[in-house]
Write a protein that binds this ligand. Structure first.
Ligand code: KIV
Length: 264
């Protein structure tokens, strides 16, 4: 049965964890989907993973639309989430136009990076039938504002602010919240504070779902391996088995383990 936003809500209600992964092409999407991964994200990480840039900023709408349409062809029932690339949602009008393109290409939900300034945009999108995931914490499109890829929400003031933003974005209509690189106790507080399913990457074991970049979990990360990454291909020589091991580990909450987690 196809995964929908209701499936993710049911996972949260039952206290069970769902698995998400990035994917950018038809072949991998089919394999990822058949392995039981619930959500496929066409991340703008493709700018780094596929294109070799040192940030996600150069990724264009045309490129995102192309990759979403490839993923949609390979997908076998996962929920397809598509990143809105840098500056494609700088105004409400541009967000509506660009989100429509991603939905026409096959996305079931779009993901936006930012905080309370996105409220109006999220309301406009969700009122017009576009489900939204709000990405908080380390939002890579803000790398030049952050001065690097750093864990966010480390002090109590920043943590309180992130909780407030998550609640405000949910109230504005966000269907899913994604937290990247935040201390595990903060992620747990946010997952409890909102009714929307919360997906974590580098956010500890207590979110409702987990996500990794596909290439990272297959051990082909270029450069330094981030703390939150586990290579699931290290213990098998089959990509299919590695993907299934990831889904199982997320479901059993054995991944992320302590060594993949930021405590504060
Ligand atoms: O672009 C991406 O792959 C992402 C994940 C890291 C969550 O946003």
């Amino acid at each position: 049965m196809a995964v929908t936003i209701n499936t993710l809500r049911e996972f949260k209600q039952k206290g069970e964890a769902f698995a998400a992964l990035t994917s950018y092409d038809a072949t991998f999407s089919q394999v990822v989907s058949e392995a039981g991964v619930h959500v496929i994200l066409i991340g703008d990480s493709l700018g780094m993973v596929l294109q070799g840039h040192d940030s996600t900023l150069p990724v264009t709408m045309d490129q995102m639309v192309y990759h979403v349409s490839c993923v949609a062809k390979g997908n076998r029932g996962s929920l397809i989430m598509a990143d809105m690339p840098f500056m494609s949602y700088g105004t409400v009008e541009s967000a509506l136009e660009n989100a429509a393109e991603l939905m026409r290409a096959g996305a079931h939900m779009v993901k936006l990076e930012g905080t309370d300034w996105m409220k109006e945009t999220i309301t406009a999108l969700t009122e017009r039938a576009v489900p939204v995931c709000a990405h908080l914490g380390l939002t890579p499109q803000f790398v030049n504002k952050f001065g690097g890829y750093k864990v966010q929400g480390r002090d109590e003031k920043a943590a309180e602010m992130m909780i407030e933003h998550a609640c405000e974005l949910e109230a504005a209509g966000a269907d899913v919240i994604l937290l990247e690189c935040v201390p595990a106790p903060l992620a747990a507080r946010i997952a409890q504070a909102v009714r929307a399913p919360v997906i974590g990457i580098g956010a500890g074991p207590d979110t409702d779902g987990q996500i990794l970049v596909l290439h990272d979990m297959l051990g082909i990360t270029s450069g330094r391996k981030p703390r939150f990454v586990k290579n699931f291909l290290a213990e098998t020589d089959s990509i299919q088995d590695a993907l299934q091991a990831y889904v199982k580990a997320v479901g059993e909450r054995t991944f992320p383990a302590e060594e993949h987690t930021f405590k504060a």
